[in-house]
Design a protein around this ligand. Structure first.
Ligand SMILES: Nc1ncnc2c1ncn2[C@@H]1O[C@H](COP(=O)(O)OP(=O)(O)O)[C@@H](O)[C@H]1O
Ligand SMILES: [Mg+2]
Length: 318
């Protein structure tokens, strides 16, 4: 598969403070890739270098295999973190305006604008000034503006930050539909691990301007540790049979706790039937079975020592 964005050792500083630190990434054609990291990680800085609004101090940026130029950047559509729409223009007018910036002819732009308004659930807001839209709707319009020229690469910088759960869900559906329909490459940034997991086939974890991990959500989570099954049974004489569970192939630890038996394995689900049989054999009635798997938050914590949501030392003072 072709590499459509390739960053090699990008570094960017603001007044001596490092925002991107020898940052390298390869984005493949057609993939949905998420940059996941806390506030201040450098996500927007990277997006701004890709879109050309910021310049890197050093490093290389290739688009479609060649050094990035203003003309190769025209094949990218960026929905920025801060909405770029004009409050006094109607939704339709905003779209035409962005179409003209990208050099889309009037007739084609009008058709595309109406098509996008329909797809993004804004058809009945066509002639309404964007100032009077709800936050979620304005975010959709911001996204639509980036799609006016049918870009080959779609970049969404924090598409759902600040939205309520319902608006976030509907944005997720929209993003998935857009990716499917346009067969475009989709790069999004987020500090919500749920969002990265729901939407992305590949996730690049970022912290302090650096890549800390890169892979599918499942592969990343394998780093974080084992899966855990917590079993509570009656009468709960775990000491009698705990060693039998430990003997099952692939079981790595069995611990008795006040709240039942805790069983650890890399991949616990396939072992549940065997575990259950041992409980049955010892006349133990299972009353609760809980399986927990490591989350991307656990992965991030393990790799960086900080939580995704807490940000980093790099985060600007509020
Ligand atoms: N225009 C700017 N001037 C000064 N510092 C900036 C500017 N833009 C970003 N930074 C700093 O660069 C770092 C990375 O910021 P940013 O790329 O916006 O992170 P993210 O998008 O991951 O939240 C932060 O420490 C931020 O304060
Ligand atoms: Mg940002």
């Amino acid at each position: 598969m072709d590499i459509v964005i390739q960053a090699k050792g990008l570094t960017k500083k603001y007044s001596g403070k490092t925002a991107l630190d020898d940052f390298s990434i390869e984005v493949h054609e057609g993939e949905i890739i998420g940059l996941l990291g806390p506030n201040g990680a450098g996500k927007s800085t990277f997006i701004n270098i890709v879109s050309g609004t910021e310049k890197a101090l050093s490093g290389e940026l290739l688009l479609f295999g060649k050094n990035a130029t203003s003309s190769s950047r025209k094949k990218i559509g960026v929905a920025p973190q801060e909405n770029a729409v004009y409050p006094l223009l109607t939704c339709f007018e905003n779209l035409l305006y962005f179409g003209s910036l990208y050099g889309v002819g009037w007739g084609k732009a009008a058709k595309k604008a109406d098509e996008l308004l329909g797809k993004l659930g804004l058809a009945d807001k066509r002639n309404v000034p964007s100032a009077s839209l709800s936050g979620g709707m304005r975010r959709r319009l911001n996204l639509a503006c980036a799609l006016m020229h049918s870009p080959k690469i779609i970049i969404l910088d924090e598409p759902t930050t600040g939205l309520d759960p319902a608006a976030r869900n509907s944005m997720w559906n929209t993003v998935q539909e857009i990716a499917l329909e346009n067969k475009a490459t989709l790069l999004l940034t987020t500090h919500y691990m749920e969002e990265a997991e729901a939407l992305c086939s590949r996730i690049v974890l970022m912290n302090s301007g650096k890549v800390v991990a890169d892979g599918t959500p499942a592969a990343l989570k394998k780093h974080a540790g084992r899966e855990i099954a917590k079993v509570i049974s009656i009468p709960g004489k775990y000491a009698v049979f705990a060693d039998k569970i430990m003997k099952i192939k692939g079981i790595e630890a069995v611990t008795q706790t006040e709240h039942g038996l805790v069983i650890e394995s890399e991949d616990i689900s396939p072992k549940i039937p065997q575990i259950s049989r041992i409980f049955e054999k010892h006349d133990e009635k299972v009353v609760e079975l809980n399986i927990s798997r490591p989350s991307l938050e656990d992965v991030f914590l393990k790799l960086t020592g900080t939580k995704l949501r807490e940000g980093t030392a790099n985060e600007p003072a509020k």
